[in-house]
Design a binder for this molecule. Structure first.
Ligand SMILES: [Fe+2]
Ligand SMILES: [Fe+2]
Length: 420
């Protein structure tokens, strides 16, 4: 039996999201038509809100620990009310944004299986947006005297968001090829998993009870990313398919920094814990995330090595890829260029602590120099064009990075520029 109950939105909001779906994700009809073929025995998709359980009866973290959860948004005062709204808004923006992104390149899927997996991911992101709408619309106390109807305003804003106006940078990047769909579900959806997990403790009850069902669905998204990433890497190693190992590396270079920044400044996040919204600070979660991404890289390398060194065992493969990547040498006939690595945490960063943002470093985190001086901003932008996907170089998000980098390197740039 499912560990949740379901409910629907009031007609007005339900219809508004269905209307959004018809404009932004009309392919959902094909998914529903062939659901049983690709996902036999699995409950067909339904656009509903799912209300799960909470781990504890009371708030577990922060200054309200031990008290009952807030069931009415209106009971949260001051900054807490708007911080909760901002988290719900950001969460919902990621759901809607990713549907708009996946759609751009879904037709380039490497197989029908991959295509239908991505369509399912999109449908589930739509349900997650529906869930966030429910959090806002079923609780009439989001409308507060003197504050207007915060639920209605936020939902309207979300329905109008396009690539470029989403809350987080990762969701404003245009997809250029199907490798983006794959890397995104592997690396960016993984941040989603962490956020949902951290927010299971949320001190506002409706949000806490939304997390469990969303978290279980996220497993399919991560699995989809990892599976097709491996498939692409193996094909590349065999000289098959459209992508090379260098393409895979460049996709890591593009997406991993955006994943890191989705946690917010690694030195922050204390307020969210104080309000009982999350159980960890940004930095703690980001460390765990980076470790898990390293695991994705390790598994991808193992799949590559199993092609290059037939019969190699998992442990041996892990050791071999470490040796090749750390020494830069060719070992057992395998060179570092035939494997992938996780970019350094100070690569391509524009948000976060001062010691990581706008550093002229290569994806390994080493400072690039010319005449014994770190590269100037324009020289570094030129360098980046060689280590990032050509499609991303043309994207507005890259132009924004380049612009902020120039500003940060100007002598008059204020100290701490880039901090958020
Ligand atoms: Fe989601
Ligand atoms: Fe997801």
């Amino acid at each position: 039996m499912a560990a949740y109950t379901t409910t629907t939105l009031r007609t007005h909001y339900h219809d508004a999201l269905v209307d959004w779906q018809q404009r932004n994700f009309p392919e959902m009809d094909i998914l529903l038509k062939y659901w049983d073929k690709y996902f036999p025995g699995q409950t067909p998709f339904q656009l509903v809100a799912k209300i799960g359980d909470t781990k504890s009866e009371t708030i577990e973290y922060g200054k309200f620990a031990g008290q009952k959860r807030f069931e009415k948004a209106g009971s949260m005062v001051g900054n807490m009310f708007y911080s909760a709204r901002d988290i719900i808004k950001a969460q919902c923006s990621t759901e809607l944004g990713s549907i708009q992104q996946h759609r751009m390149t879904i037709d380039q899927a490497i197989s029908d299986e991959a295509k239908f997996a991505m369509l399912r991911v999109q449908a589930e992101e739509l349900r997650h947006a529906y869930q966030m709408f429910w959090v806002l619309e079923h609780d009439l106390s989001w409308k507060k005297p003197g504050h207007g109807d915060v639920a209605e305003e936020t939902i309207e804003l979300l329905l109008g968001m396009e690539l470029g106006s989403h809350v987080l940078d990762a969701f404003n990047i245009h997809f250029d090829r199907f490798l983006d769909n794959v890397m995104f579900t592997a690396v960016i959806d993984l941040v989603g998993k962490y956020q949902l997990d951290m927010q299971r403790v949320f001190s506002y009850g409706p949000m806490a009870r939304s997390m469990g069902p969303m978290f279980s669905e996220e497993g399919f998204h991560l699995g989809t990313g990892r599976k097709f990433l491996k498939e692409i890497a193996v094909n590349a190693t065999k000289g098959q398919g459209e992508y090379s190992i260098s393409d895979v590396q460049q996709a890591f270079n593009q997406w991993f920094p955006r994943g890191l920044e989705m946690f917010g400044n690694e030195q922050g996040g204390v307020t969210s814990v104080t309000f009982g919204f999350k159980d960890r600070t940004n930095g703690e979660a980001q460390d765990q995330y980076a470790q898990e991404c390293q695991g994705i890289v390790d598994n991808t390398n193992l799949a590559i090595l199993q092609v290059l060194v037939p019969g190699i065992a998992a442990e041996e493969g892990k050791k071999l890829s470490q040796e090749i990547l750390q020494t830069g040498n060719v070992v057992q006939g395998v060179s570092p260029e035939q494997l992938v690595f996780l970019p350094a945490r100070n690569f391509l960063r524009k948000r976060g602590p001062e010691d990581v943002v706008f550093k002229p470093v290569n994806p390994r985190g080493e400072t690039l120099t010319k005449d014994n001086k770190p590269l100037a901003a324009d020289e570094y932008v030129e360098y980046l064009k060689g280590v990032l996907p050509a499609g991303f170089i043309k994207d507005n998000e890259f132009a924004k990075y380049a612009e902020l980098l120039q500003a940060a390197h100007r002598p008059e740039a204020p100290m701490g520029y880039g901090l958020n």
